[in-house]
Design a binder for this molecule. Structure first.
Ligand code: C2E
Ligand code: CA
Ligand code: CA
Length: 511
C-alpha cells in the first residue's frame, strides 16, 4: 500500500524505539543490581564492624581485669606490689604493662618498678581509654591504655597495638577497618593517626561499643561495588541481556504490527476515517438525478483524502473490506434517510461490493438494515459487482442473490466490457444494470472501430433487456451520443464529480 511507504526519519525512530525498548530493562535491571550490591556491601561492613567491636571488647575485658585486680593495691609501696604488677603482665595475653597511680601520678610500673610520671585524666576518652602513638620504651609502637580509678587510687593496664591491628586486618581481609579512641585512631597497618577519620568510598559504617569508649569504622575502597558485581552477578547479567533481547524483539514486533497496513486500516476504521462520497447518476433523457454511486474515501489524518484505488485492493486482501463497506452503508443510510420523503421515484443508491462479500449471507442483513432505514419504496439499492472479478456460481451465491432479490436489491455489473461475463452469467445472477466502463465512453469521437465496440455493447444490453449506465461521461458530445443511442443513465464529471455528503445533499435539492 503506497500509504505505508515510510520515510527514513520514521525508520530511524523505529530503530531508536526498538533499541530503547531493549535497553530500558537492561539499564533498569543494572540499576537494581547496583542498589542490591550496595546494600549487600553495607550489610557486610556492618557485620564486620560488629564482629570487630566484639573482638575488641573481649581483649579490653582481659586488660580491664588486670587493672581491676591491681586497683586495691594502689597506695601500697611499690617494692611490695611490683611483683603483683608483673604477674598480671605475665598471666594475661593482652596486657603488655601495668602501672599503679596515686593522685594522678604513676608511682609504680611493671617494667621499672619505682617510677614517677604525671598523668592527665582528661587525656583518656571518657576517663577510660587512651590510644597512644608509643611510650618511652617503644616510641614507634602504638598502644592502648586502660585506666581505672577510685578516689586517689588508680591502675593502668596497657595493650599492645600489634594485637589491635591484627584484629583490624584479619577479621575481613577485604574490608577496610579502623579503631577510633577519642581524637586518635589506629589503621590496620598498625599506624597511629590523629584527626578526622578517613572516609571510605563505599558502604561506610561506624559502630560504637556500648561497654568501652571506642568506635570502629568499616568500609570499602572506591570501585568495590563494581568489583563485587563483576564477581557475583555474571549469571544475572546474562539474564538481563536475555530480557533486553526479548524486550527489544517484542518492541520491534509490536511496532511492526502497529505500522502494518492491516493495523493502520483497522485503526482508521475505528477512527471512522472511511467516509462516503457521492456521485450523481442522471437520466439519459431528462438529465435529472436518478440516483448516486457511493464511493469510498479515506480521510487520512496525515495524507489527506486518499483515493480508493490506493487502499481498496489492500482492504480486500486483508478481509477488512466487508466491515468497511458495512460502515459505509450505515453512514450512507444515516446521511440520506432523512431525505426519503423528497424522492419522487425510487432513488438509486449504488454500493460497490466485491467477491469477498459473497462468501456468506451477512450481506443480506446489511442490505435489509440499509433499506429499512429509508421510507418504504423511496430508494432502490443497487449492488455494483465489477466484471473484472466474477463471482463463482455456487449454492451459496445462488441463495445469497435470491435473498437479495427478495429484498428488492438490484445488481449492476460494473466496468462492463473489461471482463468476460457470459450471457449465462448475467442471467444466473439476475443482473439489472450494466455499467459501461469509462474506457468505452472515452472512445466516442474516436475512430470507427472504437465506436463500433461501444455500439455493440449498447445493442447487446438492449437485447438482454438490461438498463445501461454509462460511466465517465465528461463531454456534452459523449452525453449526446449516448442519449441518442438510448443509454438510460449517465454518470460522469459532466454531471457531477464525487462529492462529500453535505455538498451532495445541497445539490440534490436543485435536481
Ligand atoms: P468505479 O466503481 O468504476 O467508480 C467509478 C470511478 O470513476 C470513481 O473513481 C469515479 O470518481 C470515477 N469517475 C466518475 N466519473 C468520472 C469521469 O467523468 N471521468 C473520470 N476520469 N473518472 C470518473 P473512484 O471514486 O476513484 O473509485 C475508483 C474505484 O474504487 C471504483 O471504481 C471502485 O472500483 C473502487 N471503489 C470505490 N469505492 C468503493 C467501495 O466502497 N467499495 C469497493 N469495493 N470499491 C470501491
Ligand atoms: Ca462502481
Ligand atoms: Ca466502473
Amino acid at each position: 500500500m503506497p500509504l505505508n511507504v515510510k520515510n527514513r526519519r520514521k525508520r530511524g525512530i523505529r530503530i531508536a524505539v526498538t533499541v530503547l525498548s531493549g535497553l530500558l530493562p537492561v539499564l533498569l535491571g543494572f540499576a537494581i543490581l547496583c542498589m542490591q550490591a550496595e546494600r549487600t556491601l553495607q550489610q557486610s561492613t556492618r557485620l564486620t564492624a560488629e564482629e570487630a567491636v566484639h573482638q575488641f571488647e573481649l581483649m579490653f575485658d582481659n586488660t580491664a581485669e588486670a587493672a581491676r585486680e591491681l586497683l586495691p593495691l594502689a597506695g601500697q609501696r611499690c617494692n611490695d606490689v611490683k611483683l603483683a604488677l608483673r604477674e598480671q603482665v605475665t598471666r594475661r595475653p593482652f596486657v603488655r604493662s601495668t602501672n599503679l597511680v596515686w593522685d594522678d601520678s604513676i608511682y609504680c610500673s611493671s617494667l621499672f618498678g619505682d617510677y614517677q610520671e604525671k598523668i592527665n585524666a582528661g587525656d583518656y576518652n571518657q576517663g577510660q581509654l587512651l590510644l597512644m602513638k608509643g611510650n618511652p620504651v617503644t616510641p614507634d609502637s602504638a598502644l592502648l591504655v586502660y585506666r581505672l580509678s577510685d578516689g586517689l587510687r588508680g591502675a593502668l593496664s596497657a595493650l599492645d597495638g600489634y594485637h589491635l591491628s591484627n584484629v583490624l586486618r584479619l577479621i575481613d581481609r577485604k574490608t577496610l577497618l579502623v579503631l577510633q579512641v577519642g581524637p586518635n585512631w589506629l589503621s590496620a597497618d598498625g599506624r597511629f593517626h590523629d584527626g578526622a577519620l578517613p572516609l571510605f568510598a563505599v558502604a561506610q559504617n561506624e559502630l560504637a561499643s556500648s561497654r568501652y569508649a571506642f568506635t570502629v569504622a568499616a568500609g570499602f575502597p572506591e570501585g568495590e561495588t563494581w568489583r563485587y558485581m563483576k564477581s557475583e552477578y555474571p549469571p544475572l547479567f546474562s539474564l538481563l541481556m536475555f530480557f533486553g533481547v526479548v524486550s527489544g524483539s517484542i518492541g520491534h514486533v509490536l511496532q511492526k504490527r502497529a505500522m502494518s497496513p492491516r493495523h493502520e486500516m483497522q485503526r482508521a476504521m475505528e477512527a471512522a476515517e472511511f467516509i462516503p462520497y457521492f456521485q450523481p447518476v442522471v437520466h439519459g433523457d431528462s438529465k435529472q438525478w436518478s440516483g448516486c454511486e457511493v464511493l469510498m474515501r479515506w480521510n487520512h489524518p496525515k495524507e489527506g483524502l486518499v483515493r480508493p484505488d490506493l487502499f481498496i485492493p489492500f482492504a480486500e486482501y486483508s478481509g477488512l473490506i466487508v466491515p468497511m463497506t458495512r460502515s459505509l452503508m450505515q453512514q450512507t443510510a444515516t446521511l440520506l434517510a432523512p431525505l426519503s420523503a423528497s424522492f419522487k421515484e425510487p432513488f438509486h443508491i449504488g454500493i460497490n461490493i466485491t467477491a469477498s462479500h459473497c462468501k456468506d449471507l451477512d450481506l443480506v442483513e446489511d442490505c435489509r438494515e440499509f433499506i429499512q432505514a429509508f421510507a418504504p419504496g423511496s430508494i432502490s439499492l443497487v449492488l455494483e459487482l465489477t466484471e473484472r472479478e466474477l463471482i463463482e456460481p455456487t449454492a451459496m451465491t445462488h441463495q445469497l442473490f435470491e435473498q437479495l432479490h427478495g429484498l428488492g436489491v438490484m445488481i449492476a455489473i460494473d466496468d462492463f466490457g473489461t471482463g468476460h461475463s457470459s450471457l449465462g452469467y448475467l442471467r444466473e445472477f439476475n443482473v439489472d444494470f450494466l455499467k459501461i466502463d469509462q474506457s468505452f465512453v472515452a472512445m466516442i469521437g474516436g475512430d470507427a472501430l472504437s465506436r463500433h465496440i461501444l455500439d455493440t455493447i449498447i445493442e447487446l444490453s438492449a437485447k438482454l433487456d438490461l438498463a445501461i449506465v454509462a460511466e465517465g461521461v465528461e463531454t456534452p458530445e459523449q452525453s449526446d451520443y449516448l442519449t441518442a443511442h438510448g443509454v438510460n443513465f449517465l454518470q460522469g464529471y459532466l454531471f457531477g464529480r464525487p462529492m462529500p455528503a453535505e455538498e451532495f445533499i445541497n445539490a440534490l435539492s436543485h435536481h
